[in-house]
Design a protein around this ligand. Sequence first.
Ligand SMILES: Nc1nc2c(ncn2[C@@H]2O[C@H](COP(=O)(O)OP(=O)(O)OP(=O)(O)O)[C@@H](O)[C@H]2O)c(=O)[nH]1
Ligand SMILES: [Mg+2]
Length: 247
Amino acid sequence: MKIVVCIPTYNEAKNIKRLINQIFAHCNRHGFVDTWVLIIDDNSPDGTGDIVKQLQQEYSQLLLLERPKKMGLGSAYKAGFLKALSLKADIVCEMDADFSHDPSILPFFFRALQKYDSDLIIGSRRVKGGRVLNWGIHRKLISAGANLFAHFLLKLRTRDVTSGYRAIKADLLRKIHLKQLQTNGYAFQLELLYILEKKLKAETREIPITFVDRQFGKSKLGVKSIAEFLIELIRLRLFGSNVPLLK
Ligand SMILES: Nc1nc2c(ncn2[C@@H]2O[C@H](COP(=O)(O)OP(=O)(O)OP(=O)(O)O)[C@@H](O)[C@H]2O)c(=O)[nH]1
Ligand SMILES: [Mg+2]
């Protein structure tokens, strides 16, 4: 079973080495030896890409997709997914580089996909047992608001619609014309989930996670991202998704 863990990075020099080491260590320990890590770096000024290049000498299953400039999280995932599918992945993962997503639970995502025969596993802060550490009231409100609006307007079953910790069966992604996804920022998480849940009727399972606020580096969530999320929410509510499905 070939797994490709896609990680978009922008200025994650303080996190990336430790994260890659831990992902490979945990996956190997649990017998997921055909796990590949794909970093999608947008020419980070802090040299994140160079650190990854160094590490490639150590890990043959570490890949780097270099892009010329910062183009947004969603756009990075689109490029990463296309690469992962071209590598004949069976499972594709989404994950942040800032240790908000604990790498030690990745193997449990893969097990859950197999055990429940699910299409999509989501690391969730909004099911029993899930929680968030060290978030201020501001971030809590934004997250709660985003989820509330998403449930109210789109009637999504998933509790944590903005979670970026996901494992997806690759065959499901192969049914989506990925290049046609509209969003390039954080709203990508919502648009993709909408297509998976509503259009492809994906069998989804949320697993509780403890989400830890980043210790190193800066958040890239700004007003623009929030605006894009709200616009996408309204667009999906009014028109649904017109992204073509492939056979
Ligand atoms: N390639 C690429 N990666 C990005 C871009 N924006 C954010 N990222 C990465 O996407 C992941 C999530 O970004 P964060 O800044 O942690 O956003 P967040 O988790 O919503 O915000 P915090 O909770 O404040 O950390 C991180 O690994 C970032 O480095 C981008 O434009 N391009
Ligand atoms: Mg983060």
